[in-house]
Write a protein that binds this ligand. Structure first.
Ligand code: NAD
Length: 249
């Protein structure tokens, strides 16, 4: 593949930003999407300053028409969509289930599950038209095991794995590979937001991981880039834990 065309949703910060920069450094033309134009422009500037090709398109994954327009626009300009990393998600509260807010869970479903559904559906449609592609979704250790204080988030992240494995089976024969990564705690805005809620801090998060530290966005991006690449050509329907040993406990 000469210069893969790659889409990274939620590419304006954290794991998505690190993934966009890494894919561009590996020679992909990267379209990063998100809701925040200023942050998107900043990532594009960093990609271009490093000699890569990148552009930002504003898109809220809750809106299916917008997601479809995003992918149609990529195909109109670049002719295809080879890789997609679906990183957009939120984790807005740390509460016991009985104390959690219904509206907060509904919004999480709208972004973490419906947003992924919209993205995956239109990415797969395009990849079927062009004869193949590779997609990586982001689950979490909270999508693999019970995670007290995170029941609504965990429900969405278990859902990511269900959608990933099922879609992988549905489209394996048509050369569309679909995998997921399941990160442990990673130093991003999402985790900092959870620290700000006061239930736990970085030292407590680090202590939970067998390696006694939290991860860096680049460490998750490395796994995503490998799953997207031809080096993972026989890998589909897989959930790759990148978590300092957290899920092995
Ligand atoms: N940081 C962690 O500890 C951790 C652990 C496990 C899994 N994850 C997952 O990693 C992924 C990336 O999160 P992150 O940690 O980099 O945090 P982050 O907050 O930096 O990244 C999430 C991105 O999604 C974007 N986003 C949110 N709602 C959106 C919407 N409606 N439309 C489009 N974009 C939207 C945000 O603006 C942000 O850029 C998420 O799926 C998250 O659940 C993170």
């Amino acid at each position: 593949m000469s210069s893969p065309i790659a889409l990274v949703t939620g590419g304006t910060s954290g794991i998505g930003k690190a993934t966009a920069k890494l894919l561009a450094a590996k020679g992909a033309t990267v379209i990063l999407s998100g809701r925040r134009a200023a942050e998107g422009a900043q990532v594009v500037e960093e990609i271009r300053a490093a000699g890569g090709k990148g552009q930002f398109v504003r898109c809220d994954v809750r809106e299916e028409a917008g997601v479809r327009a995003l992918i149609d626009g990529i195909v109109a300009e670049h002719g295809r969509l080879d890789w997609a990393a679906n990183c957009a998600a939120i984790s807005p509260e740390t509460k016991l289930l009985a104390d959690s807010e219904t509206e907060v869970f509904q919004n999480m479903i709208d972004i973490n599950l419906m947003g992924l559904y919209h993205s995956l559906k239109h990415q797969v449609r395009q990849m079927l038209r062009q004869g193949g592609g590779a997609i990586v979704n982001i689950s979490s250790v909270a999508g693999l095991k019970g995670s007290p204080l995170f029941a609504p988030y965990a429900a969405t992240k278990f859902g990511v794995i269900g959608m990933t494995k099922t879609a992988a089976l549905e489209y394996a024969a048509q050369k569309v590979r679909i995998n997921a990564v399941a990160p442990g705690g990673v130093r991003t805005e999402l985790l900092e937001g959870l620290f700000a809620m006061g239930q736990f801090d970085e030292a407590a998060a680090a202590a939970m991981h067998p390696v006694k530290r939290i991860g860096e966005p680049q460490e998750i991006a490395n796994g995503i880039a490998w799953l997207l690449s031809d080096e993972a050509s026989f890998v589909t329907g897989h959930v790759l834990s990148i978590d300092g040993g957290l899920a092995a406990q």
